[in-house]
Design a protein around this ligand. Structure first.
Ligand SMILES: *Cc1c(COP(=O)(O)O)cnc(C)c1O
Ligand code: SF4
Length: 462
């Protein structure tokens, strides 16, 4: 039935060799979506239309059942239903990303793992998780602007996304409410942005503005134009970036939404006239998300002159193996997408099974360095919980591997504070797991750790 489909030879998304000889990059050119029963008869032209992608996005368990038909076992469906009772995120997958999942091996599939939580895979939250792990709400300069660093700020004009990720760091506001989390979300309301523009105008030290959310992909073309031109016309703003997962989960947006690309093109032209940078920051986590559709989209984007960078999250069972990170990094680079950051998973609720340890991240970072061109080597960072900002993975001042606690300082963002990151308990050595199971012992150990960290921080300040 699918003889016209060429499946790729690799099993896992990341079975490419890490060292040695030349890599060949596989870009899936097949009509892979036809493997999903409901899209068997969908041709490439229909699949390549962003409107079709949006209209056919999968947002309910019922729809998953319908889409997969005979591929969906009742065990899978009840596991997803169970997952929905525990996750702070809504379900939303574009047909593109839905059909990048290898459903015959859904349990371990790295794409499924990012978007569709299974009840059976949940692990209790770490006692120190925080809804707003990065303390973004506390640094609000206007309702839509987080201003933490001296010369850069984060503008959040929208809280909706074209997909919803289980590991979202802004799960407290992004997408709709779920069984365990109620939220007040907002759409893009351009009438309310004036105070934010005014704030940026009045703070000439702000040179970099990140436009994120939610996802800039869902801003209308006139909103892209309005935000872009308004910001670029502020003399002190030197660079702007639109953050969107779009390229990874709906690349056809850039080949079929002509008006949106034209708006971006106009903003880029204005940027060039003023010698200012316009960038698009996207979010691929594995090489499976990079296909022939990505190449086509990148071709269009390169013509606008926009600079494209990638920010990944290090996710257990998704991309936390060296070969995977290395191959994804190289494959992104081959498409003019510059690997920029790999974030240690933030300490937010409902994704304990997806987090990994600082020491694992350090190890991966260590191996990545030198394996690719320096400018394509992503920086492995921990966004220090509590608002310390992004810190190089090896720059903690103290780390107790046994109980998985690291201490961080942040001379620029908050010079007098210490920030703590807690590794997932399930991934600690047995001694550490036992300590966390014993309330009074772990308390004693933490008090000692914090005292040592204070002393260390004090010494480094003087
Ligand atoms: C990440 C972030 C930025 C941008 O930081 P870069 O290191 O330049 O990418 C700005 N503001 C906030 C609050 C951020 O979290
Ligand atoms: S696309 Fe980004 S903001 Fe939206 S759910 Fe995913 S991680 Fe969160």
């Amino acid at each position: 039935m699918f003889e016209n489909i060429t499946t790729l030879s690799y099993e896992s998304p990341c079975s490419q060799p890490g060292g040695g000889g030349p890599l060949t990059y596989d870009f899936d050119r097949s009509e892979f979506w036809r493997a999903i029963p409901i899209w068997r008869d969908i041709d490439a032209e229909t699949f390549g239309d962003f409107r079709w992608q949006q209209r056919n996005s999968v947002t309910t368990v019922h729809r998953i059942k319908e889409a997969l038909s005979e591929l969906a076992s009742s065990a899978l469906i009840s596991d997803i239903e169970d997952g929905l009772l525990k996750t702070p995120m809504n379900i939303r997958l574009t047909p593109y990303i839905f059909s990048r999942i290898h459903w015959e091996n859904f349990e371990n599939d790295p794409v499924r793992r990012q978007f569709l939580p299974l009840g059976s895979q949940f692990v209790p939250d770490h006692p120190y998780v925080m809804d707003d792990s990065l303390a973004e709400d506390g640094h609000k300069a206007t309702p839509y602007l987080t201003h933490r660093y001296p010369d850069k700020a984060l503008f959040l004009p929208i809280t909706h996304c074209p997909v919803y990720c289980s590991f979202c760091t802004r799960s407290r506001v992004v997408g709709g409410s779920t069984a365990v989390k109620s939220k007040s979300t907002y759409g893009a309301k351009s009438k309310e942005w004036d105070s934010t523009f005014e704030y940026i105008r009045n703070h000439p030290n702000l040179e970099d503005i990140v436009i994120s959310g939610g996802d800039a992909l869902l801003l209308r073309p006139n909103q892209i134009r309005e935000i872009g031109t308004t910001l670029l016309q502020i003399p002190s703003v030197r660079r702007i970036r639109f953050a969107t997962k779009g390229l990874a989960i709906m690349p056809m947006k850039f080949t079929s939404d002509i008006e949106w690309v034209e708006a971006l093109d106009d903003v880029c032209r204005l940027g060039r006239e003023h010698m200012k940078e316009v960038a698009l920051h996207t979010h691929f986590n594995t090489d499976r998300e990079i296909t022939a559709w990505t190449s086509k989209a990148m071709k269009v984007l390169s013509e606008t002159g926009v600079r494209v960078r990638n920010q990944s999250v290090l996710i257990s069972g998704v991309n936390d193996a060296f070969d995977c990170l290395h191959y994804t990094t190289k494959k992104l680079s081959s498409q003019l997408i510059q690997p920029y950051y790999i974030y240690l998973h933030d300490m937010v609720p409902g994704c304990e099974h997806l987090r990994t340890t600082v020491s694992k991240a350090e190890h991966l970072s260590h191996r990545l360095q030198g394996s690719i061109a320096g400018f394509n080597t992503p920086r492995m960072v921990c966004d220090a919980p509590g608002g310390g900002g992004k810190r190089e993975i090896s720059s903690y001042i103290l780390y107790d591997h046994e109980i998985g606690v690291s201490a961080w300082t942040s001379p620029t963002a908050k010079p007098c504070e210490i920030f703590y990151y807690y590794d997932p308990i399930g991934k600690l050595p047995k001694e550490g797991r036992d300590l966390w199971a014993n309330n009074s012992e772990i308390k004693r150990r933490l008090i000692k750790f914090r005292a040592n960290a204070e002393a260390k921080a004090e010494a480094s300040r003087t």
